[in-house]
Each structure stands twice: as structure tokens, then as C-alpha cells.
Design a protein around this ligand. Structure first.
Ligand code: PAF
Length: 275
């Protein structure tokens, strides 16, 4: 695997490459990221990953400084997953001057759920992903479904901005006890880690109720929040939405249940698609 710190070096190495697959990351890689790389390995000739902790998608009181940086371990994981090129720029390389042009997601996709709670987050994501797409020029790019709203924003951005890129959504990878893998799981204390699978269990219970025919989604959502709160969580939302646009669920649509909740100082998100 070649490691590139500059855009020039990456572009020179990729010149003329066909069937390029790309997965952007912020590092601190886990099996979920590795599954993105393996998916790309099976679909592309050349696989490119990036590691860049993108300041513009963090709010002023969020964990940009604390975000775990584990570059050596990340390199080993990417190499083992068959990645050919790693792009790992510093901030001056990707943002040589203060960024004044941004990619603004549609308000209908931005001003709900994560976007409502983290103003500017998806603008930062859409902007850095656009920059990375322009630098790497992949044919296919992979994103995890754990960040469900992010995947929706990227899919719509790619379609509306005419990026010639196929977007693949990869399934959530979970620990044996059901907790969705996340770089932020490392913030959990041992006691919190033991409690953390409840988020997925609560969503799973909601799915079971919906499969059993319940359609009183508002009641189901508030029951789920009550369960979480009774076990020491501070829920931001538990909600049943349309898979396509994350608007409140209505009849005949494919649904997804999503949750975001704080356990101690760690904010976790998860979701389950309903077939
Ligand atoms: O999902 C992430 O890790 C980030 O939001 C991404 C897509 C790498 C952009 O910084």
C-alpha cells in the first residue's frame, strides 16, 4: 500500500487507473471500515482509502480534538484489507486557505435528525466528500449504513451534482452483543460498554412491534425513549422513518428505525432497516 500525503502524489499514482474504488474515513478503523474496503476490493481494480479527521463537520462543542487518531494501526488494517493507496493529507493540504465555498445539502435532508441536532455537520461532510471525490475521481465509493442520514445525503449529492460515481451502502457491522461498531465506542467506560447494546435491542424491539402490525409509531417511539431513559440514557430521538428520504413514516413505504442517545459523555447512533 502506498501512502500519499499530497494530492499531487495521489493523482500521479492514480493517473490512468481504471475501476477505482474509494472509501473515505476519519481513521480509528474497526471491522466496519474493513468491510467497506473488502466490498471495494471485490468490485474495483484499485482501492483507495482516505484518513482525514475533518474539522468542518464537527460542531464547536464536539469531539474534534479528542477524536482518536491511530494512524499506524489504521495503516496495518488497510494494508491487510487489500487497499492499494491511502490518502492521508494534513489540514493544510486539504484546506490550504479557509474554505469559502461549501456544498449545502438540501434543507429537507439536512434539517432533521442528525442535521437538526448537529447544525452544519452535513455541510461539512458534503463539502469534504466532494473535495475527496474530485481528488480521487473514483468509479465507485462505499459508505456504511450506520451513518444512515450521511449515506442519504451523499447519494443525493452525487445524483444532483452529477458525480459519475456509484455509491454502495454497506451493512452495519456489530459486536457479538449487537452494539454497532463505531470509533466512538472507545469512549465508553466498562459499565457503559456493558449497557450499550441496549440501543440496538430497543430498536430491535421496535422492529418486532412493527412486524406484529403496530402502526402507532409515535407511541412506539416514546416507549423506546422511556426504556432508554430508565436505563441511564439521554435519548435524542428514536424514530420510525421512510428509508428513501427519512421523512416521518407513511403507509406503503420501506421503513427504517433510527436512534441517537447519549450514554455518559458518549453519543451513540444506530438504525435497523425494516424489510
Ligand atoms: O463517515 C465518516 O467517517 C466521515 O463523515 C467521512 C465520510 C469520512 C467524511 O469526513
Amino acid at each position: 500500500m502506498q501512502v500519499h500525503r499530497s494530492i499531487q502524489s495521489l493523482r500521479a499514482a492514480l493517473g490512468g487507473a481504471s475501476h477505482v474504488g474509494f472509501a473515505p474515513t476519519m481513521g480509528n478503523l474497526h471491522a466496519g471500515h474493513v468491510s467497506l474496503m473488502r466490498t471495494l476490493r471485490s468490485q474495483a481494480k484499485t482501492v483507495v482509502a482516505s484518513v482525514f479527521v475533518n474539522r468542518t463537520q464537527f460542531g464547536p462543542n464536539e469531539d474534534f480534538d479528542a477524536y482518536p487518531r491511530t494512524f499506524e494501526a489504521d495503516c496495518a488494517a488497510l494494508e491487510a484489507a487489500g487497499v492499494n493507496h491511502l490518502f492521508a493529507p494534513n489540514e493544510a493540504e486539504l484546506y490550504p486557505t479557509p474554505q469559502q465555498y461549501f456544498v449545502e445539502p438540501a434543507p429537507a435532508h439536512d434539517r432533521l435528525l442528525e442535521g437538526a441536532l448537529r447544525p452544519g455537520h452535513f455541510r461539512g461532510v458534503a463539502t469534504v466528500v466532494s473535495k475527496l471525490f474530485n481528488i480521487v475521481q473514483p468509479d465507485v465509493a462505499a459508505f456504511g449504513k450506520k451513518d444512515y442520514q450521511q449515506l442519504m445525503v451523499i447519494r443525493n449529492m452525487v445524483r444532483e451534482m452529477n458525480f459519475p460515481i456509484t455509491i454502495i451502502g454497506c451493512e452495519i457491522v456489530r459486536a457479538d452483543d449487537g452494539l454497532a461498531l463505531s470509533s466512538r465506542n472507545g469512549y465508553l467506560s466498562a459499565t457503559e460498554r456493558a449497557e450499550a447494546p441496549r440501543l440496538q435491542q430497543t430498536l430491535q424491539q421496535l422492529v418486532t412491534e412493527i412486524h406484529a402490525g403496530r402502526q402507532d409509531y409515535t407511541t412506539l417511539e416514546s416507549e423506546a425513549c422511556t426504556v432508554l431513559a430508565a436505563n441511564g440514557w439521554q435519548p435524542d430521538y428514536v424514530t420510525v422513518r421512510s428509508q428513501a428520504d427519512l421523512q416521518p413514516a407513511s403507509a406503503g413505504e420501506k421503513l427504517v428505525v433510527l436512534a441517537a442517545a447519549r450514554l455518559g459523555r458518549t453519543r451513540l447512533i444506530d438504525n435497523i432497516e425494516i424489510d
